[in-house]
Design a protein around this ligand. Structure first.
Ligand code: 2PG
Ligand code: MG
Length: 414
């Protein structure tokens, strides 16, 4: 490969996520061999609730970028992403010697792509997706937060709206905003708090998922939309956190209600019959393969059954799910996977087997909007990136609006 944009430095630093926790930012500097120009790419990786927040660990990850990764990467052509990711995995990945964390590798991998796009003076989504990346994803907007993302009594982690009937991303975002504000008014008129949880959705003191869904249904209708045809509802149940006890497979950590796997499956089926449910994410725990299989058999025709913790996007678990015919959609969290190349491969693997793909933010996000560009580049078709509120969530929606304008011309949000 002709060397044109060579990596000169890779550095890391500790910065903050939107929950005020430390997180990792990587910068990669490249030199243009023709004119000597230096360009810096920069990416912040997010934190999830499953990650232990540890200042020292983030600091040492930042130092390790310079200490362990800079030398092996120096001089590499920055547009040779596969080679870069191979070097990263060899040096610090699962098979590598130093055992650097996934966030360390991912931050550098993504910062290389950012540097390449900037040095080539092309938008990131176009650099990543070439002429093929052109589908603006439908947003899945989390408007009521529960579970580990809020200190209310709801055990379901995310209640989302999906503007399936919108003609464009800008229209979808606009519908989402209208429903979000209508919900705020409805909650406040009933004397409920309208403070928001980690992903920008409201966190009222409700105790059952049905109450939360009924409020959302009311908000959709009051805002003037048709539930089902125009807007549907998605849930991230995160049932992997409902650890069972005794003979019960699952116990809700807040409400303390317990279920067998079969009871939970039946409850999901009843819910799908009653409400316009678009998708159910982690409706069962990650090791309940038999339960997943039964749920898939019953609901796959009507509902997206999304594996997040189920696949933990490890290629091995995703392949196992595909072989067993479990679930029909996969949540793509790059931080769970490793590098950009592995993320792209996971999306390809899922698509080849007819699984829908949803690019996802994390609960501890930052202002970084890389995933918005990546969703367009990979034509994932869906993106989950929180409420249309809080800067770390709107950063992604705003970037999608910019991309829409570049690809398809102007759009108004009012
Ligand atoms: C999820 C994610 C994002 P977290 O469970 O889908 O919403 O949450 O980042 O806390 O894993
Ligand atoms: Mg999830």
């Amino acid at each position: 490969m002709v060397e044109y944009l060579k990596i000169v430095y890779a550095r890391g630093r500790q910065v903050l996520d939107a929950r005020g926790n430390p997180t990792l930012e990587a910068t990669v500097t490249v030199r243009n061999c023709v004119n000597g120009e230096l360009t810096e790419g920069r990416v912040i990786v997010p934190n999830g609730t499953d990650q232990k927040i540890d200042c020292e660990a983030v600091k040492s990850a930042a130092q390790n970028i310079e200490k362990c990764l800079q030398e092996p990467l120096a001089g590499t052509e920055v547009t040779d992403q596969r080679r870069i990711d191979h070097i990263l995995m060899e040096t610090g990945g699962r098979e590598g010697q130093s055992g650097l964390g996934t966030n360390t590798l991912l931050s550098v991998s993504l910062a290389c792509a950012d540097a390449a796009a900037k040095a080539l003076h092309i938008p990131l989504y176009r650099y990543l997706g070439g002429v093929q990346g052109q589908i603006l994803p439908t947003p899945m907007m989390n408007i009521i937060n529960g579970g580990a993302h809020a200190s209310n009594a709801l055990d379901v982690q995310e209640f989302m709206i999906v503007p399936v009937g919108a003609d464009s991303i800008s229209q979808g975002i606009q519908w989402g905003c209208e429903i979000y504000h209508t919900l705020k008014k409805i909650l406040s008129d009933r004397g409920l708090a309208t403070d928001v949880g980690d992903e920008g959705g409201f966190a009222p003191r409700l105790s059952t998922e049905i109450e939360a869904i009924d409020f959302i249904m009311e908000a959709i209708q009051t805002a003037g939309f048709a539930p089902g045809r125009e807007v549907r509802i998605s849930l991230d149940i995160a049932a992997g956190t409902w650890k069972g006890s005794g003979t019960d497979d699952y116990c809700m950590p807040k409400q303390k209600r317990c279920y067998s796997s079969e009871e939970l499956i039946q409850e999901r089926e009843d819910l799908v019959l009653k409400y316009p449910v678009y998708s159910l994410e982690d409706p069962l725990g990650p090791d309940d393969w038999e339960g997943w299989l039964e749920l898939t058999r019953r609901l796959e025709k009507s509902t997206l059954l999304v594996g997040d913790a189920l696949f933990a996007v490890s290629p091995g678990r995703l392949k196992q799910g595909i072989e067993m015919g479990v679930a029909n959609a996969v949540l793509i969290k790059p931080g769970r996977i490793g590098t950009l190349t592995e993320t792209i491969e996971a999306v390809q693997l899922a698509k080849e087997h007819g699984y829908r793909t949803i690019l996802s933010h994390r609960s501890g996000e930052s202002e970084d909007s890389f995933i918005a560009d990546l969703a367009v580049a990979l034509n994932t078709g869906l993106i989950k990136t929180g409420a249309p509120s809080r800067g770390e969530r709107t950063a992604k929606y705003n970037q999608l609006l910019r991309i829409e304008e570049e690809l398809y011309g102007g759009a108004d949000i009012c």
